[in-house]
Design a protein. Structure first.
Length: 141
């Protein structure tokens, strides 16, 4: 019985974390992100297209901005938007198109020390962002 209560509290906690994330101001990829852990969402035309978490937001955003070989988001954009093979690298032309695409996305983030992975999974389960589905199967919280 105590476990059921704990699960309901966790679900409520994640819902409130997501509500708080949605209230954050919109920034872009060139924002000066903190070196703290957190959860973030990428938005295009009012729709969440990717949710992620990082132990250091600044470093993760740099990877999304510049490093396709370590960014699931960049790989997925190349595959879904620009119809490229699922690979770690694309031609310079496609890399530039991905850069431009990401530069036009909106981002919201929240600093989260504990529970950031659970919050990311909660958002993915609720919103089903297109770029979280390409390289991963469905998740459950």
């Amino acid at each position: 019985m105590k476990w059921d209560i704990a699960q309901k509290k966790v679900s409520s906690f994640l819902r409130s974390g997501y509500d708080e994330l949605k209230k954050q101001k919109v920034v872009n990829i060139n924002h000066s992100f903190p070196t703290k852990p957190g959860t973030y969402i990428f938005i295009k035309e009012r729709k969440i297209i990717y949710a992620g978490e990082a132990s250091e937001l600044k470093r993760r955003m740099y990877r999304h901005k510049k490093r396709t070989e370590v960014s699931t988001l960049r790989k997925s954009i190349g595959f879904v938007v620009f119809k490229q093979a699922k690979s770690g690298m694309f031609s310079k032309q496609i890399e530039n198109r991905i850069n431009n695409y990401i530069a036009n996305l909106k981002i919201k983030y929240i600093e989260v020390q504990y529970g950031r992975k659970e919050l990311e999974e909660y958002i993915i389960n609720i919103e089903k962002p297109i770029h979280n589905k390409v390289f991963k199967g469905p998740r459950s919280v």
